[in-house]
Write a protein that binds this ligand. Structure first.
Ligand SMILES: Cc1cc2nc3c(=O)[nH]c(=O)nc-3n(C[C@H](O)[C@H](O)[C@H](O)COP(=O)(O)OP(=O)(O)OC[C@H]3O[C@@H](n4cnc5c(N)ncnc54)[C@H](O)[C@@H]3O)c2cc1C
Length: 496
């Protein structure tokens, strides 16, 4: 039976308790607003969620933290909420296994320069200037995002408020949003096949596309991210749980197992409906993918979402493999990107990403054991709308191909039993996160259509905002939290 909630109206209803939802809910609640946070699942975290098998905690999707400096989005959100997540800074932040050799991504720029110039012999002379320029662009981009602005511009007010002297200093960054990384590379870097493969797979992790399409500016941010990588003790969901705790301690209402099925707008009030309840709110912050939103809204709001989903009809998906393993072997880091020796069918990238739990992290695995999460890009269509038999066949084929690659690159672990071995497909992610067709990769960055034409954080409806990884400025936890900061800024400016 559908009954109206006994709760009085909320100032904001935040839909989805992934990193986008918990962060924006906690930011709004800390200032004394009345906020409700809804999630259809029984646990929080979404794509950065977890599941448990006996004494093992497995990260379901995301495994790495970055952008933790005080002026960077993740560091900034934690500092605004006065939360200290339990993180270990990893150095090296990542190891790339390419043509059976190790490329070590050190944090220290001089060590990294030595590493990369030795590795990419065919473009040795161009490496230093390339990485120096990436570093400058990355720093300036984060400095710019730290200044109050209202991108993408939607009104004269936005222009007026964004045009302060500090922002003008960053006008020179604009062209780098409209040119691809490839168009910037000098010929020796493009013709160095090994380097180009490395760039392509590194960019797939963040911009979700290769150097031909990825804008120079966000490429610089994506390529710089492994220089500052953090491992969260207990798993990716632990910092999110701390944010949720802060939200609830400040008086916020978290409604789990509450799937929002419809949102309508009447007389300045939004009505949200779940299977068994309805709720009234003055404002909405959705963090669901825009494809989902089209299906749970109506009228002008639905038309608005439909327009954007036509422009961005698809999004990347993931295939994952999980297991626990007993080992005392010392690894140089927890994160490995492994370039494949041959393409794996029903996937769409040339590398797998392997994440080990830290040996000191006894919250994730018992002493002497480690958890392993492996992921690769795929397309939803490979795993949806096929027969059960074909689905199982494809799932097994991809899982075995991934394990073969893992065993080849970690021969010391190959003979160990793989405990609680499981695989996740777009269909698994659709069930776990509720995201349409299991599209978990947000929207790929691109020069055309440009980032400025992505879905905005502020919609042209009263107190209606869109966060998460399908809205400007893009996917990945740093980007998602940057979006939450932009929404917070907008609400403080426009809705107070
Ligand atoms: C395999 C994989 C690896 C990744 N690795 C990394 C990484 O290492 N580092 C990194 O920074 N990023 C990584 N990412 C990306 C990162 O996980 C996402 O960008 C980020 O977690 C998205 O957060 P979100 O809040 O936007 O969405 P989500 O995490 O998808 O959260 C949406 C929430 O909404 C809920 N929901 C859905 N429908 C409804 C409804 N109708 N009503 C109520 N609730 C609903 C879901 O249960 C979910 O909790 C990875 C992603 C994947 C899939």
């Amino acid at each position: 039976m559908n009954s109206h909630s006994n709760q009085t109206d909320f100032d904001y209803a935040v839909i989805g308790a992934g990193y986008a939802g918990v962060s924006i809910a906690a930011l709004l609640q800390k200032d004394g607003r009345k906020v409700a946070l809804f999630d259809s699942h029984s646990t929080i975290g979404g794509c950065a969620g977890y599941y448990k098998r006996k004494k093992f905690f497995f990260d379901a999707g995301a495994t790495t933290f970055s952008a933790m400096a005080p002026h960077e989005p993740v560091g900034k959100v934690f500092s605004l909420l006065n939360i200290k997540p339990n993180l270990i800074r990893l150095d090296p932040g990542m190891i790339i296994l390419l043509n059976d050799k190790e490329l070590i991504r050190y944090s220290n720029p001089d060590q990294w320069m030595e590493s990369t110039t030795n590795f990419f012999q065919n473009s040795q002379k161009s490496q230093e200037s390339f990485w120096k320029h990436m570093d400058v662009l990355n720093r300036r981009a984060f400095e710019f995002l730290d200044i109050p602005n209202f991108l993408p511009i939607r009104s004269l007010n936005d222009i007026f408020h964004s045009l302060n002297i500090k922002n003008l200093n960053y006008l020179s960054l604009i062209p780098s949003l409209f040119r691809s990384l490839k168009s910037y590379l000098n010929p020796s870097l493009v013709s160095d096949e090994l380097f180009y493969r490395f760039l392509t797979e590194q960019l797939m992790i963040t911009t979700q596309t290769g150097p031909e399409h990825a804008p120079l500016l966000t490429s610089a941010m994506g390529l710089s991210y492994p220089s500052s990588t953090y491992y969260p003790i207990g798993g990716m969901s632990k910092p999110a749980l701390k944010i949720l705790e802060k939200f609830q301690n400040d008086g916020g209402l978290f409604l789990k197992r509450t799937q929002i099925r419809n949102i309508s707008h009447d007389n300045q009030i939004y009505k949200l409906e779940s299977d068994s309840n309805s709720f009234l709110s003055k404002g909405i912050v959705s963090t669901l993918p825009i494809w989902n939103m089209k299906n749970i809204t109506d009228g002008k709001i639905q038309a608005y979402y439909t327009r954007f989903t036509k422009k961005y009809p698809q999004g990347p998906a993931a295939f994952t493999v999980y297991f626990g393993v007993q080992t005392k072997i010392e690894l140089k880091t927890c994160y490995y990107q492994i370039h494949l020796r041959e393409k794996i069918p029903f996937t769409s990238a040339g590398a797998i990403f392997v994440s080990f739990s830290h040996p000191d992290d006894l919250e994730k695995a018992p002493e002497g054991f480690r958890t392993v999460t492996i992921s690769i890009h795929t397309e939803s269509e490979y795993f949806l709308r096929i027969s059960k038999e074909e689905y199982q066949k494809r799932k097994e084929e991809v899982k075995l191909a991934i394990l073969k690659e893992f065993d080849f690159h970690f021969p010391d672990l190959a003979s160990e039993e793989k405990l609680f071995l499981e695989a996740g497909t777009p269909s698994t992610f659709e069930d776990y996160t509720g995201r349409m067709e299991g599209r978990v990769g947000g929207i790929a960055h691109s020069v055309r259509p440009s980032l400025l034409s992505l879905f905005p954080n502020r919609l042209p409806f009263p107190k209606f905002y869109q966060g998460g990884d399908t809205a400007f400025p893009g996917q990945g936890i740093p980007a998602v939290l940057q979006g939450s900061l932009q929404i917070y800024r907008n609400i403080n400016y426009y809705d107070n």
